[in-house]
Design a protein around this ligand. Structure first.
Ligand SMILES: O=C(O)CCC(=O)C(=O)O
Length: 270
């Protein structure tokens, strides 16, 4: 089946809103293969695994990274699915470098929210061409889906990273750009939020500076397995950050100002 790539109108909508739903972007074969990879990963997690649910609490908020390095289906998705082409179109960049992946599973009944944040301050990367593809492997309704603050990637503001597990304790970072995150829930009337009911095969593409957060998994029966992949375009450069980056990917040998492509961050297009 031909790939369902973003139309010109969808590219413009992504640029304006900072997040867009692409219905039916991936064949269900990809979803089935990725489900198997995710379940295998949960049975034997990688070295950066995080459990965000306190012992004794219901459900499980399971986080892991870099499935592409350990699971064939995830690697094939990076190199052979329509994902790189989708990212290229949305970013307006022929060149696409794969940055990393992030697995976020919320089992039924999980109470832990994903706090409001945006991703780029966690990354040692400067540049405007960074897009994430948030791919749920189970149906999700808009209450359980990630919610995005429409247009927040255009505010020109960088908010201090927070670690999910510690309930929003600031990381020790000293980039002069970073400021405390406003209380988005307290000022809900000032914003417009984007969230969608999604079926397997649908994907949300969002910019690395778009603020987003999510509820726990309110369903008592339905899993919420989501696999997010991060893609960079030609303007992305490695940047020095003082403090802790996430995920803590090291050993690439990059220096500030370098383009990202290397063994750890493979060039997949252009
Ligand atoms: O899946 C979630 O709960 C949050 C996803 C997220 O924060 C991300 O993909 O950057």
């Amino acid at each position: 089946m031909a790939a369902r790539l973003p139309s010109a109108a969808e590219v413009a909508r992504y640029a304006e809103d900072g997040a867009i739903l692409l219905k039916g972007a991936f064949d269900l074969d990809w979803i089935e293969r990725l489900r198997a990879a995710v379940d295998a990963d949960m049975a034997a997690p990688g070295p950066m695994v995080r459990i965000n649910t306190p012992a004794g609490s219901p459900g499980l908020f399971f986080v892991d990274f870099q499935l592409w390095q350990r699971h064939e289906a995830a690697r094939d998705f990076v190199f052979h699915s329509p994902a790189a082409e989708i990212a290229a179109r949305l970013m307006g960049s022929d060149e696409v470098v794969y940055y990393h992946d992030h697995l976020l599973v919320k089992e039924p009944g999980t109470r832990e929210r994903t706090p409001w944040h945006h991703d780029q301050p966690y990354y040692p990367i400067d540049g405007a061409q960074i897009v994430s593809l948030w791919l749920p492997l189970d149906p999700v309704d808009c209450e359980t889906c990630v919610s995005y603050v429409r247009g927040s990637h255009r505010w020109g503001r960088w908010f201090r990273p927070q670690f999910f597990r510690q309930g929003g304790v600031d990381l020790q970072v000293s980039d002069p750009r970073f400021e405390p995150l406003p209380d988005i829930d307290a000022e809900r009337d000032a914003h417009e939020f984007l969230a969608w009911d999604m079926e397997p095969g649908d994907v949300i593409a969002f910019h690395a500076l778009t603020l987003h957060g999510a509820s726990g998994n309110l369903s008592t029966a339905r899993r919420r397995r989501a696999w997010a992949t991060r893609w960079c375009g030609a303007d992305a450069r490695y940047a020095e950050r003082v403090g802790q980056i996430s995920p803590p990917l090291a050993g690439h040998g990059l220096k500030p100002g370098d383009k990202l492509a290397c063994d750890l961050f493979p060039k997949v297009r252009g």
